[in-house]
Design a protein around this ligand. Structure first.
Ligand code: UDX
Length: 442
């Protein structure tokens, strides 16, 4: 019977997975090389914003089912299952994935393990990694214990990490034997009791499912954003277009929200790593469409700058409020954030940029300290020549012209997420631009 679980790497993925495994009733130890992180986590103190996670961690640290350590050796003889949840960042100076942390975790674990156990990779890796690690683990582990590897990609979304981990859409496992699959079925028994789809396959398919899902989602976003370029030129309503094609159940409405495009710590990096990997495999032309998709995504950011210039003329010395610099709402993550990139581009074009984000100011200030950061929407918009909405936080989606008309210097608004009602703003006398919509009107 599976009782003890270790999770190696306590970043976003690992901290969430460890807490959720404790919630499912297992005894869990989270392992990380960073002593400061371990100390903070033990208090439920997270270095990132994720709704519900700090409470879950505190609850299970208190219940005694969850603890954190830097001592990887100590879990080697204790855990029945070891999850690897370390990062696979973009290589410094390259586009491929940096596998240093995954390789180190696998080798260190293999050397530390003193009882029969299963190592389960959760990190997003280039196809072929699991098979290579499997051999490495066999070489590095002791002869008197049986250590095998499975691959179990993770599909959680920031902002919904706990919910997605406890109630996943599907579970995908790449396994080398029925015995290893049986171990994973036991770990995920709770989800299986709710008839969560279970996909058991080989290593390569499991690795590819993750990057294929991310590539598909990114393609959907760029697809609708490409149509934005058309509606901005010829007229038409991008949201209605998305609704109409989304009614076709083969297409679906989700991930067809046109706007300033995708960012974050996963989609952009995973897509670049996928392109790099297929090129390494000699399939240079297979994924070139992803390149085009990336270009569409980046053009959206530049479009915000050109629309701002259309509204204000030269941006030098003009005061612009940027609302939202996290890559999406309910997160404080500014990695590859379209909103933050737009703020920086406007700054580089000479504008005085004032940023307000409910959660992201501190992280954004670390990346682009030269922008002005303020603590409220009203402060950002005060005396602004233009207000630009770049992340669709609820607070911004609820904005009405009356909220801002006595605050701004000029009634100019650019809705880069296409979430507000243009008619309402125009009838209140605002110059209102929106990505996906023709500007100027007429
Ligand atoms: C993504 C995947 O959804 C998740 O399954 C995977 O495990 C990790 O990567 P996440 O990075 O949390 O999750 O963000 P997601 O919700 O997918 O949004 C990605 C980006 O796309 C955001 O910048 C978001 O604003 C943008 N987006 C999303 C759109 O521009 N339009 C849409 O219709 C949907």
């Amino acid at each position: 019977m599976i009782k003890n679980i270790s999770v190696i790497g306590t970043g976003y993925l690992g901290a969430t997975h460890a807490a959720c495994m404790a919630e499912l009733g297992f005894d869990v130890v989270g392992v990380d090389v960073d002593p400061e992180k371990i100390e903070h986590l033990s208090r439920g103190d997270l270095p990132f914003h994720e709704p519900g996670l700090p409470e879950l961690i505190r609850r299970h640290v208190d219940s005694g089912r969850l603890c954190f350590t830097t001592d990887l050796e100590s879990v080697g003889g204790w855990a029945d299952v070891h999850f690897i949840a370390v990062g696979t960042p973009q290589q410094a100076g390259g586009t491929g994935a940096d596998l240093t942390y995954v390789d180190t975790a696998a080798v260190s674990l293999a050397q530390a393990i003193t009882k029969d156990s299963l190592i389960v990779g959760k990190s997003t890796v280039p196809v072929g990694t699991a098979r290579r690690l499997s051999s490495l683990i066999a070489e590095e582990s002791r002869d008197d214990v049986s250590v095998s590897l499975a691959w179990n990609p993770e599909f959680l979304r920031e902002g919904f990490a706990v919910e997605d981990t406890l109630r996943p859409d599907r579970l995908v496992v790449g396994v080398g034997s029925e015995a290893d699959e049986a171990v994973l079925r036991e770990v995920y028994a709770e989800a299986l009791s709710r008839e969560t789809p279970w996909v058991s396959t080989d290593f390569e398919t499991a690795e590819l499912v993750k990057v294929a899902a991310n590539a598909f989602l990114a393609t959907k976003i760029s697809f609708i954003n490409a149509f934005s370029e058309v509606t901005e030129t010829v007229g038409g309503d991008i949201r209605t277009l998305a609704d109409a094609i989304g009614h076709d159940t083969r297409i679906g409405r989700k991930f067809l929200n046109a706007g300033v495009g995708f960012g974050g710590g996963c989609l952009p990096k995973d897509i670049r790593a996928l392109q790099t990997r297929v090129s390494e495999l000699g399939l240079d032309h297979t994924m070139t469409f992803l390149n085009e998709m990336d270009q569409i995504n980046l053009r959206r950011r530049e479009r915000v700058v050109t629309l701002s210039e259309q509204i204000l003329g030269d941006l030098a010395g003009r005061r612009i409020a940027v609302l939202g610099v996290t890559f999406k709402p309910l997160s404080d993550d500014v990695r590859d954030s379209p909103g933050l990139d737009v703020a920086n581009r406007l700054f580089n074009a000479g504008a005085d940029v004032f940023v307000y984000d409910p959660e992201g100011n501190a992280n954004a200030a670390k990346r682009f300290p030269r922008l002005g950061y303020v603590d409220s929407l009203a402060e950002a918009a005060r005396d602004a020549d233009l207000v630009v909405l770049t992340t669709e936080w609820n607070e911004f989606k609820a904005l009405t012209p009356a909220d801002l008309e006595d605050v701004v210097a000029a009634r100019n608004f650019l809705d880069a997420r296409h979430v507000l009602d243009a008619g309402q703003w125009e009838s209140a006398g605002w110059t209102f631009a929106q990505l996906g919509r023709m500007f100027p009107q007429g």
